[in-house]
Design a protein around this ligand. Structure first.
Ligand SMILES: CC(C)(COP(=O)(O)OP(=O)(O)OC[C@H]1O[C@@H](n2cnc3c(N)ncnc32)[C@H](O)[C@@H]1OP(=O)(O)O)[C@@H](O)C(=O)NCCC(=O)NCCS
Length: 204
């Protein structure tokens, strides 16, 4: 398993991945069936923009040459919001509950801490998405608000939960010393970075 930054050449595979997740009957992402409509050329352009930005990253997880998970994260475009980045992620159904999401989110936190820019990561997750809530809490994300009945899915209204985690910079502009953290630490004590799990395909 390899986690790397996406390249424009990944556009077709990323589109196929997102369209598969968007088509799942149990909705977990904002896009519904048929709603991801970017062409490969447009997606290549998007990926180039991520690659060029200093406060954005598009990560993919690759197994045997196939993309099995994606994570996109971008910071604000204004001086006042450059340090604050929002992300979304998804793992292919057949690869869930094998530690892929943990490894991918861990890589995002590393990237953000090393960026010298990002001080805060945030996201919105639906209240019924127990697996995602578990993953984010495990990484020290805390609930900051709830957008009540903001979404209408499969015939019912659903709350969106706003979560965030603040970071300690380790790149340019970083605090002078980097705290050594235990996985069980809460955000108030320091950051949480669980050890990367061994995954199928990992080299010993
Ligand atoms: C959320 C998601 C990214 C997690 O990825 P993943 O590869 O399955 O994550 P991991 O295997 O690393 O970890 C999953 C954790 O959730 C736990 N989990 C799984 N289902 C759960 C449930 N119903 N309730 C509580 N915890 C659950 C697992 O036990 C595991 O916990 P652990 O790490 O403490 O053992 C993945 O489920 C996914 O892509 N879902 C569809 C898209 C989505 O929901 N994206 C997020 C939108 S905000």
């Amino acid at each position: 398993m390899t986690i790397r930054e996406a390249a424009p050449a990944d556009a077709e595979q990323i589109i196929a991945h997102i369209q598969r997740v968007a088509s799942e009957p149990e909705r977990t992402i904002l896009l519904g069936p048929g709603e991801f409509t970017l062409t490969a050329a447009q997606e290549r352009e998007v990926l180039s923009e991520y690659g060029a930005a200093d406060n954005a990253v598009y990560l993919v997880v690759e197994v045997d040459g196939g993309i099995v998970a994606v994570l996109s994260c971008s910071g604000g475009k204004r001086q006042a919001t450059r340090h604050s980045a929002s992300f979304g992620m998804s793992v292919a159904q057949e690869w869930r509950n094998k530690g892929v999401g943990t490894a991918l989110l861990g890589r995002l936190v590393e990237w953000a801490e090393d960026s010298g820019i990002i001080r805060r990561l945030d996201l919105e997750v639906w209240a019924h998405n127990a697996a995602a809530l578990h993953l984010y809490r495990k990484f020290g994300f805390v609930e900051e608000g709830r957008r009540r009945e903001a979404y209408f899915l499969n015939g019912r209204f659903v709350d969106g939960i706003l979560m965030a985690r603040r970071l300690q910079l380790s790149g340019a502009g970083a605090c002078p010393s980097r705290t050594v953290r235990r996985p069980e630490q809460s955000e108030a004590e320091g950051h949480v970075r669980p050890p990367a799990p061994k995954l199928p395909g990992d080299e010993e």
